[in-house]
Design a protein around this ligand. Structure first.
Ligand code: HEC
Length: 97
């Protein structure tokens, strides 16, 4: 029952509430971000560490990246994720070290 398991995981993530590195990492996997990205290495897309370094100190980065992923502008794919999930994902990417 894979879908039941996914639902349980999703519920768990919501219960966890505040975005933490772990739920961000899990979300990035479940949303297939890791098909084109890696934390450390460049794949088809830049590594999340490189993205974090690029936007270091940029206060508008979070909103900009959420918008890019939402509309597929400046990003090759639109992310099939809710606003809350996108926020968690982008915070995770920007906190990659
Ligand atoms: C089909 C492959 C693919 C998938 C799937 C994908 N990405 Fe990307 N992503 C890319 C590529 C390629 C770039 C580089 C785009 C560029 O620089 O023009 C990129 C760039 C980015 C950037 C940096 C944008 C910037 O302005 O520097 C972020 C952040 C990002 N992706 C996050 C995500 C997240 C989060 C997901 C999952 C929801 C995801 N990506 C899924 C290919 C992908």
């Amino acid at each position: 029952m894979k879908s039941t398991l996914l639902l349980l995981v999703a519920a768990g993530l919501m219960a966890a509430g505040a975005a933490n590195a772990q739920s961000g990492a899990d979300l990035a996997k479940s949303k297939n971000c890791m098909g084109c990205h890696d934390l450390e290495k460049k794949k088809m897309g830049p590594s999340f560490k490189d993205v974090a370094a690029k936007y270091k100190g940029d206060k508008g980065a979070e909103a900009k990246l959420i918008a890019a992923l939402k509309d597929g502008k400046g990003h090759p794919s639109k992310a099939a994720a809710t606003d809350a999930e996108l926020k968690t994902l982008v915070q995770y990417v920007l906190s990659a070290k």
